[in-house]
Design a protein around this ligand. Sequence first.
Ligand code: DC
Length: 636
Amino acid sequence: MKRIIPSGPVAGTVRLPGSKSITNRALVVAALASGTSRLQGALRADDTDAMVESLEGLGIVLSWAGDDLTVEGSGGSFGTGDVEIDVRGSGTTARFLTAAATVHTGTVVVDGNRRMRSRPIGDLVRTLGQLGAAVEVLGDEDRPPVRVHGSSLAGGAALLDASRSSQFASAVLLVAPYAAGDVVLELQEPIVSRPYIDQTLDVMRAFGAEAGWDGPTTLVVSTGGYQAHDYVIEGDASAAVYPLVAAAVCGGTVRVGPLPAGSLQADLGVLPVLERMGAQVTRHGDDIELTGSPRTLAAVTEDMNAAPDAVVALAVAALFAEGRTSLTNIANLRIKESNRIDDLADELRKLGGSVETGDDHLSVEGGELAPADIDPRDDHRLAMAFALAGLRIPGVRLENPDCVAKTWPDYFDMLEGITTPLVVAIDGPGGVGKSTVSQAVAGRFGLGHLETGGMYRAGALAVLEAGLDLEDEEAVAALIDSLTVDIVDGQVILNGREVTAALRTEAVSGASSRVSAIPRVREALVALQRRWVDPEGEGAVVEGRDIGTVVFPDSPVKVYLTARPEVRAVRRVRDLGLREDDIPRIASELAARDQRDSTREVSPLRPAEDALVVDTSDMPIEQVVDRVAAYMLERR
Ligand code: DC
């Protein structure tokens, strides 16, 4: 179980893993080609390992050097003998090699894991049959395993039902240059995920094949094979979706690449969708940059047929958008690594999402969000997407996070690299309930808690103990510079001495307010507060006077608590264990302190422009905590 650390705005540049789709296509083509090919920037992950090992099983010699793969091409005839290959969970490996295995001499059984045995393959097998291959389906209901009896394809005309998976068309195309005659493949509409077919044609042509569309539904491939080639593989656009969506939902800016301008990768289709949701997208050479404004994330209605893999991450983003997002024309998501309509909906609902599903669509709206333990159903895209939900919803935990290795083994390292632990900034004058609320919120979400007033109070105590004149700013600042102050589990440690109890006196309260108006003192203590919130840590609730305005101005969750002066005076008297007739005196002390804290020149007490202002005068404390917690989850 992996606990996801909630994040403030993201920042950074992500070097994407090589495209899975392109890597597996190029591997098949290079394995069939004449000569030795080099695939630069190839993806090294479970799905491409499955392809590499399956090709090795078919007699192909491959070797890795860093991210480069060298492939000794077979010149259009794989090995001999009867072999079995295990494609594990890789759909492209199963489909592409069922077709490519027709150039093997002998029989090839193509099998995979349990999920693979539930994904259809019959349409592909029937089309290969029309082209002269002998392939049997061994599993139930048109599902793997299949047995391919090696015998090259004759070629000619064939019909393919392309409504379930574009991988069937790609599989036929990839082996078609080795058919005895030209292949004319007629696709029955509707054609799902058409950009993936274009991607296949692009890789084929790079290795010298003549292949292309002849009309909207007809593909033509000339016989003639492939020539080896040194081929550069683009970054994976399907992977790019996750850091991009992270910026859209958390705010901040990320760059991802390499994704060259002419890229055909289908999931680049997510970019205009994210723009319509309110993000800003710009191109910088081979990189794409996205800046998010999560507070104004808007719901969208989109036909996702051309970019199906992006649906899972968009559905998660929809939790944080204003309104109901509808993603349509996605029926084939039911037969991916998981049922990416129903399984996705179940997990979104655990987080409080309001989700409706249909045969070929899904709609999502945020509602009252709450943390949950997410089961990604061993589906890498669910795991990657729900990690993004955890960046926004504190307390999300992910079962079986390692399933991301299917396409992005370093995914969580990437995420750590671009995220910053969430800081919840709670400001306000004394007696409004800041500490109680901050502690409760931190406890509820497992965040750290820093009461910055303790640092000013510790400084004031040291000044009083040293007998310094509070007017002597030089001397006071010099003394505070020389102190070591830390706060550990709510205990204030001054020069190694635990002083928490000594800080609550009225003398210290008054002195701390005066000490805190000295610019050099603030500089020193603000630096200390920023260090306290460990950039590698798990996030924190930080309370004070200037947290949202000065110390952590990028915090996406800023709260300003206020209350009527008489209410605050009563609370203070109660907290300090004083008597009722102390109320007027405490009230006037609070008023004087407010006046000084909010009129001082540096970092005066005031709400940040984007702060949620809550008047706690007439609210029980639990209600304030609930209000702040709800705001944290919505952030808008
Ligand atoms: O929150 P508190 O009452 O413990 O704070 C004591 C004083 O410290 C307060 O009067 C002003 C000052 N302070 C500040 O200037 N900035 C902060 N972030 C926290 C406290």
